[in-house]
Ligand binder design. Structure first.
Ligand SMILES: Cc1cc2nc3c(=O)[nH]c(=O)nc-3n(C[C@H](O)[C@H](O)[C@H](O)COP(=O)(O)OP(=O)(O)OC[C@H]3O[C@@H](n4cnc5c(N)ncnc54)[C@H](O)[C@@H]3O)c2cc1C
Length: 390
């Protein structure tokens, strides 16, 4: 077993890291937690696109670079390490582009992929509904055929980036009479069509990053269907592996990890640096152990993908583990900061640039989004431990 990256991969990591450090030095943005999902910065995305870092793993004939999933993991690991504002392209690059490469028609590949590669598609993921989350197959949003069109009616919720999106990936029911998993299809279309409306949802931090999205008699061309009609649910399963398996499930709060280490070095309590407190040292060392295990999980998933296998139980395990680490990190940072940890980012006495406060609150959602930890453990029990179905 050899855990080392190739020299080319090490050079690539250095290149990405130098690029991001250069951007920070120029004051183009500041590192922040959750920037992969909340950092909407179209200009940053354009610069990343110019580097050719969107669609890295797609085949060359689709405009990608045919590189490995480990290479992509290196790229995303660096983006997350520096808290780069990559939200504009993250979903399109991570999963929707891949779905089009896999299931799209030649025409869709020709029309849609270049737009994603140029960093011009800010995609929202329209899956969850008020009564369909873990059990996605109970979704009610309808797509009814009408000549050359589908007419969409219904509602999505918790759509991350919904207020900034210009395209949506939507799952809708195309056969109301079929068993619930068999009558669902996938669509991808612009959100500036008549009948689409977006309403913000304020999350636990007070910010708005996810939204409700309503569809009232929205006419989309039939060419918006991705893959086979009524096979959408089975196509999605493959996409969910991509959604769950990335480094963002371990490193969304990485800037906080660095901030808490600096904080204990710089802060004295009762005349002694916090870094000399055995309990603080033990907490941070434990987090480092968990972080390194989490990284190995993530690299294993990428290697499985490079072997052309679906990382089904592996991505469930890595996501459940990674998001638990994120919650431990946020909890430890709040405890170490004491009462100051609870101050909001606007307060002048707030430590760690308010990252502990933000992460403590927002990390509660990490074990819900993209599959709850309970559901992921069910997948592991079934697929890896081969326990009987519930
Ligand atoms: C920050 C954040 C961002 C999100 N972004 C998006 C997005 O961009 N697009 C989108 O479509 N959705 C998004 N979601 C929604 C997310 O996918 C759902 O919250 C998730 O699928 C769970 O669904 P639910 O909230 O309806 O909870 P439910 O499915 O109702 O679950 C409620 C509780 O019951 C448990 N449970 C449910 N079924 C089982 C079972 N079979 N066995 C054991 N326990 C079970 C769950 O673990 C959970 O604790 C986001 C959510 C969050 C928190």
């Amino acid at each position: 077993m050899d855990f080392r990256l190739s020299e080319e991969q090490q050079r690539f990591r250095q290149e990405v890291s130098d690029f991001l450090k250069g951007e920070i030095k120029q004051g183009l943005w500041e590192p922040s937690c959750d920037a992969w999902i909340m950092g909407h910065d179209p200009e940053f995305t354009q610069r990343v696109a110019k580097k050719g870092w969107i669609g890295l793993t797609w085949p060359k004939e689709c405009g990608g670079q045919g590189r490995s999933y480990v290479d992509r993991l290196i790229l995303t690991e660096e983006m997350l390490r520096y808290g780069a504002p990559a939200a504009c392209h993250w979903f399109a690059d991570r999963q929707i582009g891949g779905a089009i490469v896999h299931y799209g028609t030649d025409q869709q590949k020709k029309e849609l992929l270049p737009m994603i590669l140029k960093g011009e598609a800010y995609v929202g993921l329209g899956m969850s509904e008020p009564d369909a989350g873990s059990d996605l197959a109970s979704l009610k949003t309808k797509a009814a055929e009408d000549g050359d069109s589908y007419i969409i009616d219904g509602q999505k919720t918790w759509t991350s980036g919904g207020s900034n999106m210009n395209w949506i990936y939507l799952v809708a029911r195309t056969d109301p009479d079929a068993p619930k998993h068999r009558g669902i299809s996938e669509f991808f279309f612009r959100t500036d069509l008549p009948g689409v409306s977006v309403a913000p949802i304020h999350d636990i931090t007070g910010g708005v990053h996810f939204n409700e999205v309503f569809f009232e008699n929205v006419r989309i061309p039939k060419t918006s269907l991705i893959g086979e009609k009524n096979k959408g649910f089975y196509q999605i399963l493959n996409q969910l592996d991509y959604e769950r398996s990335g480094m963002e499930r371990l490193m969304a709060n990485y800037p906080l990890f660095e901030a808490v280490i600096n904080y204990v070095k710089e802060t004295k309590r009762k005349g002694k640096p916090l870094a000399q407190d055995p309990l603080v040292r033990s907490k941070l060392a434990q987090l480092k152990v968990e972080f390194e295990i989490g990284r190995l999980h993530m690299y294993r998933v990428a290697m499985v993908m490079d072997e052309g296998r679906a990382p089904n139980w592996e991505s469930s395990m890595s996501k459940a583990y990674g998001t638990a680490f994120e919650q431990h990190l946020a909890g430890a940072a709040i405890e170490i900061a004491g009462l100051y940890g609870q101050l909001s980012p606007e307060s002048k006495r707030v430590p760690m640039h308010g990252m502990a406060y933000h992460s403590y609150l927002s990390s509660k959602g990490y074990s819900l989004q993209a599959g709850t930890s309970e559901v992921l453990k069910n997948i592991l029990a079934l697929r890896k431990l081969e326990l009987p179905n519930e």
